[in-house]
Ligand binder design. Structure first.
Ligand code: SF4
Length: 347
């Protein structure tokens, strides 16, 4: 619901510089819902673009004043050789791609990269392991050490490493983990076309374990994998009916990689990404909406529209796990040109 106070009827000219005629305080809390229906979300996704952008901006400005953007850096700690069969992923052993398994990075080397990311302006450091699930042992102990080290640097720490047990989630929380990423990828209806080696229910249980351990949840999906608009709405409905909403919602566009079953799919229209971001912002107004994989295909203007309509984090750095990402300098210029505030001074 949008309330515009009566000053609009008098004269917009009389509004003091820097003040809005929209009562943003009134909006706070008004739209934080967990009972969204598929039909409602489809209608939002399908709004005329200008109306969608307007609604998204109202939600965004009311919950996230100041257009601040968080810079997150993502490092692949364990690359390739994953036993899962995600159809989009170059790291799956089921897909014949140029990504070869490489030895897992050691703690020192990861922390060195975290320092570099911090110096470049990131304040969240995300680490990925191409695993079906976390296994106890040396590798898990190293992961805990990396988390402690990243937190000591003053950075938020996020891990993505597949499924986990209750006890592993508690140990991650004890190490100071800020967030655990586990994406739903797509809608429950489209899911079987993307992956067969773990169920949607498995994913939801993992998210619950993370939540119960007191770690914040990072969970989103990918568009451009042959899904329908209804599938996109359905994915968003699952996310927006979690209570609480995931604190972080990465929205990815497929990066089609040769050798995967999705290697021949064409890129989405950038405005589809804008619609997805805007809708996510409206229905999960407090969450960090992260503009993630596929940014390179969007172009500057569409990225700025995404920022305008509610994206308040980007992955920053030259690589996203195994696919390329816009260069740091290009990102700095983009953010500066967009006039958004970031976690480091732009010069
Ligand atoms: S679980 Fe992760 S690393 Fe493994 S195939 Fe799926 S997306 Fe790739």
């Amino acid at each position: 619901m949008t309330r515009i106070n009566s000053s609009i009827g008098e004269s917009i000219k009389s509004i003091p510089k820097g003040e809005s005629f929209i009562d943003f305080d009134f909006l706070k809390g008004a739209d934080l819902r967990h009972d969204w229906t598929l039909q409602e979300i489809k209608e939002i996704l399908d709004l005329p673009l200008m109306d969608l952008l307007w609604r998204a901006q109202i939600a965004h400005r009311s919950y996230n004043p100041g257009y601040k953007v968080q810079l997150a850096s993502l490092l692949s700690v364990k690359t390739g050789g994953c036993s899962e069969d995600c159809a989009y992923c170059p790291q799956s052993v089921h897909n014949d791609t140029e990504v070869d398994p490489i030895p897992t990075l050691q703690v020192d080397s990861v922390l060195q990269k975290a320092r570099v990311a911090k110096d470049a302006g990131a304040d969240r450091f995300c680490m990925g392991w191409a695993w079906r699930e976390i296994k106890d042992g040396i590798a898990f102990d190293s992961m805990l050490e990396m988390i402690r080290g990243v937190r000591k640097l003053g950075l938020e720490a996020c891990v993505t490493a597949g499924m986990l047990t209750d006890n592993q989630a508690l140990r991650l929380a004890e190490a100071g983990l800020t967030a655990y990423n586990h994406n739903l990828d797509t809608s429950p209806e489209h899911y079987s076309k993307i992956i067969s080696t773990r169920t949607y229910e498995d994913r939801l249980k993992t998210l619950q374990r993370v939540r119960t351990a007191g770690i914040t949840v990072c969970c989103g999906g990918i568009i451009g994998m042959g899904e329908s608009i209804s599938d996109r709405a359905s994915l968003l409905r699952v996310l927006a009916t979690l209570n609480p909403h995931p604190e972080s919602v990465p929205i990815n566009a497929l990066v089609a990689v040769e050798g995967t079953p999705m290697g021949d799919l064409s890129s989405i229209d950038p405005l589809e990404m804008v619609r997805m971001v805007a809708t996510a912002r409206i229905i999960m107004p407090k969450s960090k909406i992260r503009l993630s994989a596929g940014r390179q295909q969007l172009g500057r203007e569409a990225q700025i529209l995404c920022l305008q309509s509610g994206a308040n984090s980007i992955f920053y750095g030259d690589m996203l796990l195994t696919t390329s990402n816009p260069e740091v300098e290009a990102d700095r210029k983009l953010l500066s040109d967009a006039g958004v505030q970031v976690n480091f001074p732009l010069d």
